[in-house]
Design a protein around this ligand. Structure first.
Ligand SMILES: Nc1ncnc2c1ncn2[C@@H]1O[C@H](COP(=O)(O)OP(=O)(O)OP(=O)(O)O)[C@@H](O)[C@H]1O
Ligand SMILES: [Mg+2]
Length: 264
């Protein structure tokens, strides 16, 4: 079955077009890396799959039905934002807040929901963090709890928006590995956005690269090429492979790195 299908999708905010004429199929169980420069539409694409942004043209199907808000089959890790929940809000509260299909999961969390939350905390190695106030945690620790939150309810489709932001390289690797391993334990389709392809190499099945209103979906070898990326960046792009890593260069600069500035 198809987990996500875009049929000639256009998305615009007012007169500003973000995506135009995008058609793509993501199969059940695929692990797809979502890349593209700042503002390319990675977050918007995920929010459209969640039914939070309506396409201005075309149609989006998710897990066999039209994209709609509150679909319990979809787990979401939003892109990091600075605001921390108030005092007294523990890591457990954060993870539990998505139990039971989106309602605040306490104090009436059922035994089955508690077991599911514990399973998500174990998967993300976050049991110790669950006992601490969220306001005290580092950005990376909070990110791990948010990943646990996205896993509550055993979603069939996981949308992870920049889960590697503010993680050190070893945590980046363990997060990608965790997602890869998760797919062996439960059938799940994953869209995982990142600002650099390298941490995802060897783990993803395909890459969805956005830029210039368009999208390219294919294997790393098909998409991370000079002609495809030159079209998406609207610039002359060189793709340099070195020591098992890939560098996307424009005018001698690594633009996947240089273009990405997040304040998180
Ligand atoms: N609700 C909104 N109203 C108006 N414009 C929006 C809205 N949401 C996003 N945009 C615009 O849509 C474009 C795509 O934004 P989006 O957040 O999807 O990019 P992104 O690829 O996730 O970027 P980043 O790498 O910085 O996270 C940007 O130009 C952004 O300003
Ligand atoms: Mg984004």
């Amino acid at each position: 079955m198809t987990a996500v299908r875009f049929e000639r999708v256009g998305i615009a905010f007012g007169s500003r077009s973000i995506l135009s004429g995008v058609s793509l199929d993501i199969a059940d169980g695929e692990f797809v890396g979502v890349l593209g420069p700042n503002g390319a539409g990675k977050t918007t694409l995920m929010r459209a799959i969640l039914g939070l942004v309506r396409p201005t043209e075309g149609a989006i199907a998710v897990l066999g039905g039209p994209a709609r808000r509150g679909n319990p089959g979809v787990g979401y890790l939003p892109q990091m934002h600075r605001s921390a929940p108030g005092a007294g809000f523990s890591g457990w509260d954060l993870v539990a807040s998505s139990a039971g299909g989106g309602r605040w999961g306490w104090p009436g969390t059922s035994a089955a929901e508690r077991r599911d939350i514990e399973r998500a905390l174990d998967l993300t190695d976050a049991r110790d963090l669950a006992r601490r106030p969220v306001g005290e945690l580092s950005g990376g620790q909070r990110q791990r709890l948010l990943l646990a939150q996205a896993l509550v309810g055993r979603p069939r489709l996981l949308l992870l928006d920049e889960p590697l932001i503010s993680l050190d390289p070893s945590r980046q690797r363990s997060t990608v590995e965790l997602v890869r391993r998760l797919r062996h334990e439960q059938p799940v389709t994953v869209l995982f956005s990142a600002h650099e392809i390298n941490p995802l190499l060897g783990a993803i099945d395909r890459v969805l690269y956005l830029g210039n209103g368009a999208a390219a979906l294919g294997t790393v070898d098909e998409v991370i090429t000079s002609p495809v990326l030159s079209r998406l960046y609207a610039a002359d792009i060189d793709v340099v492979r070195l020591g098992g890593r890939i560098f996307v260069m424009a005018g001698g600069h690594d633009i996947e790195r240089a273009e990405h500035r997040h304040d998180a």
